[in-house]
Design a binder for this molecule. Structure first.
Ligand code: 13P
Ligand code: SF4
Length: 334
């Protein structure tokens, strides 16, 4: 039996609860029980493994998850996603206990923008407003004017006057895509998602030749060359809705493979082909998202750790641009 102090020291060492679980335990039933006992809610991103999606109370894209985190009445939020997502939940709803099953679940986009360097970049463009993709640390959020996600980025950019100079960070691919859509010329930070930037145009083109009826659907974190051949571009929720509502029956999906679980569930008669990356793998998993497992989720609920803690001054500074995003999203019913 692990006590709280030894659990804490495990987290200090490894970032998660590295504890053996009795193999006889039914984790699905155990998680349900713990959720009720603790009045906890599990929020999961579409890139989580299927078992985690199946025990979640809400599965969504970054905007949907932030909205759920803000409005929940639960006492505890278990965030099955990556660190910036759990941190955003804590920023929006600080009285809740926010847990992340593995503190090592980071994000290459978030890592690409260290606040000290970003501050220097921002200082070089004093007349620019800063619009930042939600995939960033609280330190970067605190240096921003408005946060956006992939589902509201265009509307957020268009909410500023056409002649307002803008810095867009940290995703250069999403930024370039929004520049194209809006005719703006935003200054882009040079960050990219390690998952979406490695889709292979050549392999997708070959797949398209083998499956000419399939529609290519892509996340805007993909590079321009992939977006150019896409039939539809959208956030994870956007891609899921498109695959459900469009009359096509087969799709080549250029985003993290976790989304295929909901696509199969919502459209069991349709075919979903994961777009291949330019390495030897057939599909493309986010190594950060996939650090969460059902075992870690169970332990996290049981021991109520690892917990996201935040300095109050930083939280308030990071909340301002998120509130602005929420305000604009509500205006457009996003
Ligand atoms: P959305 O789910 O908001 O489209 O974001 C995708 C992503 O890469 C999250 O890390
Ligand atoms: Fe970050 Fe890309 Fe993983 Fe999303 S898929 S968490 S953007 S590294």
């Amino acid at each position: 039996m692990t006590d709280i102090n030894s659990a804490k020291s495990k987290i200090e060492k490894t970032g998660f609860l590295d504890i053996d679980i009795d193999p006889a335990i039914d984790l699905f039933a155990g998680i349900e029980l713990l959720k009720k006992e603790k009045n906890a809610i599990i929020l999961a991103h579409y890139y989580q493994e299927p078992d985690i999606q199946d025990v979640a109370d809400f599965i969504g894209d970054s905007l949907g998850l932030a909205q759920q985190a803000e409005k929940t009445n639960a006492d505890m939020i278990v965030f099955a996603g990556v660190h910036f997502m759990a941190e955003t939940a804590k920023i929006l709803n600080p009285s809740k206990k926010v847990l992340l099953p593995d503190l090592n679940a980071g994000c290459s986009l978030s890592d690409s923008a260290p606040p000290a360097l970003f501050k220097l970049f921002k200082d070089k463009h004093p007349d620019h407003k800063v619009i930042t993709y939600i995939n960033c640390s609280a330190g970067i959020k605190a240096l921003s004017d408005i946060i956006c996600t992939s589902s509201n980025a265009q509307k957020i950019v268009e909410s500023l006057p056409a002649d307002q100079p803008i810095i867009f960070a940290p995703d250069k691919n999403l930024g370039a895509y929004i520049n194209k859509q809006t005719g703006r010329n935003m200054v882009l930070w040079n960050g990219a998602c390690m998952v979406h930037e490695i889709f292979s145009l050549e392999k997708i083109t070959k797949l398209k030749i083998r499956h000419p009826e399939a529609k290519v659907i892509a996340h805007p974190e993909c590079e321009d060359a992939v977006l150019n051949i896409a039939d539809f571009i959208g956030s994870t929720t956007g891609l899921l809705n498109f695959s459900k509502n469009d009359p096509a029956t087969s799709f080549i999906v250029a985003t993290e493979t976790g989304i295929l679980h909901q696509m199969h569930k919502q459209s069991p008669d349709k075919t979903f082909i994961p777009a291949p990356p330019n390495n030897n793998c057939a599909c493309n998993d986010c190594p950060h998202m996939k650090l969460n497992t059902l075992e870690k989720l169970y332990l996290c609920l049981k021991y109520e750790m690892p917990e996201i803690m935040m300095d109050e001054e930083l939280r308030l500074a990071a909340k301002k641009p998120i509130d602005e995003m929420m305000r604009i999203s509500a205006l457009y019913n996003l």
